[in-house]
Design a binder for this molecule. Structure first.
Ligand code: FAD
Length: 338
């Protein structure tokens, strides 16, 4: 049975702009379901620069990107949004009654009255290591490019590859979950945070994980399911080890992905919108944040917030063409709940 969700607005993308759109929709008593291909909300802020300070959010002289995401999630709590994370929206259909159905990679179906695309620079796709037969073991056969649910690896033998924050953080975390953890890194020094690298080294010295430096995973073996990997040192020595899962964590790069195939008017991989309400060329579908384009567009979080507010007014009119909405301030009404 497919997982079917019904809502007013389906927001594609849980970056800062998609998250804030939930707030603006909530003020209009519109329910939202938010879908993101990443396993966590926050878009670029969580994935690329969680520890970077941001200086141009009104009211915050300085705020860490990760803290802004935390605040945005707290701000939308009164509206009880629902989320599908770790699944990419692949396609959608507009029905005769003007409503929509969206479908994700994992078979989730979202039925909604309007669609808000807040897909940023697109969905993040993994940077894959140069291992010849990697693709043979993708799709549940043993190779994972992100950790969606750490419990999936409980009591399993895993090999992680990489030298950045993700590889270090997940090695430290999964050391307490998996039966056996090996971290393979092509260099001798790590790009990730120094304290995470220190923790990895301490775990290795205590024999809780295996740390293999100056090496790469060069070949995967198995019959339909991954069973062994070959780890080759920079000096040419090779070792084949048994495992259940290989997790190469070399970062993610954003690509427009399926959004480019949805028949919307595009310019330079961005969705053309009307700045009246950020509507696209297809009535009922709106685009906000980094994904859209219009004369004078600035790819800034604060511009995306403004777009989210106007988009929700447009979505309200699309959903309830005969209802009149009068703007009320949150200070007068408090934050209403749904
Ligand atoms: P994003 O943050 O890109 O989020 C989009 C989300 O959509 C992603 O999580 C993606 O996984 C998801 N998605 C895409 N396609 C699909 C799909 N088909 N299905 C499901 N999910 C999908 N801006 C500022 O205002 N101030 C700054 O100081 C600042 N510093 C920056 C520093 C760096 C290093 C970078 C890279 C950017 C910076 N920016 C800054 C820009 C800012 O990050 C973007 O403007 C902002 O992230 C746009 O938000 P968004 O919600 O539109 O998109």
């Amino acid at each position: 049975m497919p997982n079917v969700i019904s809502t007013d607005i389906c927001i594609v993308g849980a970056g800062p702009v998609g998250l804030f759109a939930v707030f603006e929709a909530g003020l209009l008593k519109l329910r939202c379901h938010v879908v993101d291909a990443l396993p966590q909300p926050g878009g670029q802020l969580s994935e690329i620069y969680p520890k970077k300070p941001i200086y141009d959010i009104p009211g915050f002289p300085e705020i860490l990107a990760g803290d802004l995401v935390t605040n945005l999630i707290k701000q939308i709590e009164p509206f009880h949004p629902t989320f599908t994370l770790g699944e990419r929206v692949e396609r959608f259909a507009k029905l005769d009654d003007g409503s929509f159905q969206l479908y994700t990679t994992d078979g989730t179906e979202i039925q909604c009255k309007a669609v808000a695309i807040a897909g940023g620079l697109g969905s993040f796709e993994p940077r894959k290591p140069a291992v010849e037969n990697l693709e043979q073991f993708e799709g549940g056969k043993g190779v994972h490019y992100m950790v969606r649910d750490p419990e999936h690896f409980r009591d399993q033998k895993i090999v992680i590859a990489g030298g950045g924050d993700s590889a270090l953080d997940w090695t430290n975390f999964l050391a307490n979950v998996a039966a056996d953890v090996t971290l393979v890194h092509r260099g001798t020094t790590f790009r990730g945070a120094a304290d995470s690298a220190e923790k990895v080294k301490t775990l290795a010295e205590a024999g809780k994980i295996k740390l293999v430096l100056s090496s790469n995973v060069t070949h995967l073996h198995g019959n339909g399911k991954l069973a062994q990997v070959t780890i080759t040192g920079n000096d040419g020595t090779a070792e084949t080890v048994p495992l259940d899962h290989f997790i190469p964590l070399f970062g993610l790069t954003p690509k427009l992905g399926p959004i480019g195939e949805w028949g919307l008017e595009l310019t330079d991989d961005a969705i053309v919108v009307d700045t009246l309400d950020y509507s696209t060329s297809l009535p009922g579908v709106f685009a906000i944040g980094d994904i859209n384009t219009y004369p004078g567009k600035l790819k800034l979080i604060l511009c995306g917030f403004h777009e989210a507010a106007l988009m929700c007014q447009g979505a309200f009119k699309y959903i309830y063409p005969d209802k009149k909405y009068t703007l009320k301030y949150t200070t007068v009404n408090g934050v209403p709940t749904l």
